[in-house]
Design a protein around this ligand. Structure first.
Ligand code: MSP
Length: 538
């Protein structure tokens, strides 16, 4: 985590930071790779925008109230607060360093900075008559912490009704509580989706949300009185707030809502809320309605990604199919972990993790692709020029083609990242790396070097300069995705001495040719992606 006092880096000029969030995670259990997937995507986005020179605010955190967490605590014989503290410190915060997340802040919903503002928010809506008392009767899934509609349930054994996501029996609730007038926002939301097509993405998610809201919204039960692990309702001590309408507010409470007007102005509204498709409706229906009711600006985009599947079903701890991120990171490293999930799965679609697939991508694209290119170039600059990058002589058609290809790659990657098409951005960078490897294979500098004429020496200098300059750009492009190996490559190129810190290289300039100065000292370091012993998956 980077220092949390102010948004990192200078802003783009208008004072507004690029604000990206992950969902806040339930602390009922430890994280699995499905959770890490959302955080990695958010982190890559945050780092990409920082590399573009923008101010960024990247928030993640934990969702600690509600029955799901309370029952885990009970099952483990401790208080919910003690359980949350334990899980946050031993599991949820550590996983951020396992996957190299660069979040600017970490919010816990049990912190006073959150609970107090949540009470104020709902008190305000209560005073504004957006909330009224009533009776709720209907099915509830504790694993989702969601009120369900009878027609979305599956049939289980002995007439039980099951949650379609968790396959677990729902519980029937019958409680007197308070309702938020969500139904009053049906038309306003539909109009908003119409005017802001970028609000819910991808297109399939948007269609689903619009179809759902078109059926007409029901008012939402926002308090519970049968247990007490939650934020007390300000106007009625016998109730706690429903966990979701507490949790959603983290995006503003952590951003200085009603405490730090300067920060709030700089970061809110969020640019992207990244969410899994199972929690899309909360973010694309309930959340904007809450903000509309309070007169706050709406986030620009809610993007729903797909699920990591195991045996065709959502990976989950409930079903005991969760894989811990460290199981993969210990074998392949955090960079490959980050690269793999965004490269292999189209963001927005479901995907399956497999050891075979990560091994194959690691070997072909990282070890044999990028890693091999870096070590070939460093070895040859060492052998033919004593480790000092030579100046190129006149560029021929192959060099011009590569320079043009680089500019095009940066353009494609930047546009794809802007649209959260991570796989497309990474495919473009990988294919540029392939092109550089192909260029070396075609130009055969090791053969040209056998001739010791000045012209041949100039030609070898040009080829190696071209390859090293390509690697300079590849380091910048990969820095948001694979920060450790990008930094190692930057060091190998001696670029820190000549161009300054990698983090400060503007991405928008990465496609300009000829930035790495001749004379840079190139050293052959450890392999960027060492060969992997077969992982023990038993
Ligand atoms: N606490 C709520 C979110 C509140 S946000 C105001 C919650 N927590 S969660 O821990 O259950 O899930 C957090 C995120 O992890 C969700 O976006 C969910 O989609 C994601 N994933 C959980 N399992 C997943 C997979 N198997 N695959 C991909 N993402 C998954 O919901």
């Amino acid at each position: 985590m980077v220092d949390a006092a102010t948004p990192s880096r200078k802003d783009a000029g208008d004072g507004k930071a690029f604000y990206v969030t992950t969902p806040i995670y339930y602390v009922n259990d430890a994280p699995h790779i499905g959770h890490a997937y959302t955080t990695v995507a958010a982190d890559v986005l945050a780092r990409w925008h920082r590399q573009r020179g923008e101010t960024v605010w990247f928030l993640t955190g934990t969702d600690e109230h509600g029955q799901k967490v309370m029952r885990s605590a009970e099952a483990n014989g401790v208080s919910p607060r003690a359980w949350a503290d334990r899980l946050v410190e031993t599991a949820w915060k550590p996983v951020l360093s396992t996957i190299d997340a660069s979040n600017d802040d970490f919010i816990r919903t049990t912190e006073t900075r959150h609970t107090e503002r949540v009470r104020e928010f709902w008190n305000h809506l209560y005073d504004a008559r957006q909330v009224y008392p009533g009776t709720y009767e209907g099915p509830y899934c504790v694993s989702c912490e969601e009120f369900k509609l009878p027609n979305e349930l599956l049939d289980g054994e002995d007439g039980a009704k099951l949650c379609p996501i968790h396959g677990r029996p729902v519980e029937m609730l019958s409680e007197t509580n308070y309702f938020f007038k969500l139904s009053a926002f049906t038309d306003k939301l539909l109009a908003y989706y119409e005017e802001h097509p970028e609000f819910v993405q991808p297109e399939s998610a948007r269609n689903e949300v619009v179809a759902f809201v078109k059926q007409g919204l029901q008012d939402l039960s926002i308090t519970r009185s049968t247990f007490n692990w939650g934020i007390p309702v300000p106007w009625d001590d016998d109730h706690v707030l429903y966990v979701w309408i507490d949790a959603l507010l983290n995006y503003v409470t952590a951003a200085g809502y009603r405490t730090d007007p300067l920060l709030f102005k700089r970061v809110w509204p969020a640019d992207v809320h990244l969410v899994g498709k199972d929690i899309l409706r909360f973010h694309a229906v309930i959340w904007p309605a809450m903000l509309m009711a309070a007169g706050l600006p709406l986030p620009r985009t809610v993007f729903a990604h797909g699920w990591l599947l195991v045996g065709g079903e959502k990976m989950s701890k409930t079903k005991l199919t969760g894989i811990a991120p460290s199981q993969i990171v210990d074998t392949f490293g955090s960079d490959a972990f980050r690269y793999y999930f965004l490269r292999a799965i189209q963001f927005g679609s479901d995907g399956s993790f497999s050891w075979e697939q990560i091994s194959a991508i690691y070997t072909s694209e990282l070890a044999n692709g990028l890693g091999n290119l870096a070590s070939r170039v460093a070895a040859m600059v060492g052998r033919y020029f004593g480790g000092t990058l030579p100046a190129p002589a006149a560029a021929g058609p192959a060099e011009t083609a590569l320079a043009e290809r680089l500019a095009e790659t940066v353009r494609i990657a930047d546009e794809a990242m802007g649209g959260l098409r991570f796989h497309e951005a990474l495919a473009a960078i990988d294919s540029f790396t392939d092109a550089v490897n192909g260029y070396l294979t075609e130009q055969e500098p090791w053969k040209v070097a056998k001739d010791d004429s000045p012209a041949a020496r100039d030609r070898v200098a040009t080829i190696l300069y071209t390859a090293a300059e390509s690697l300079r750009a590849i380091s910048v492009l990969h820095n948001p995705v694979m920060p450790k190996s990008a930094a190692a490559l930057w060091k190998e190129l001696g670029a820190a001495e000549t161009l300054g810190e990698l983090d400060l290289q503007p991405l928008t300039n990465a496609g300009r040719w000829g930035l790495l100065p001749p004379g840079s000292v190139i050293t052959k370091g450890e392999p960027l992606f060492p060969r992997i012993e077969e992982p023990d998956t038993k």
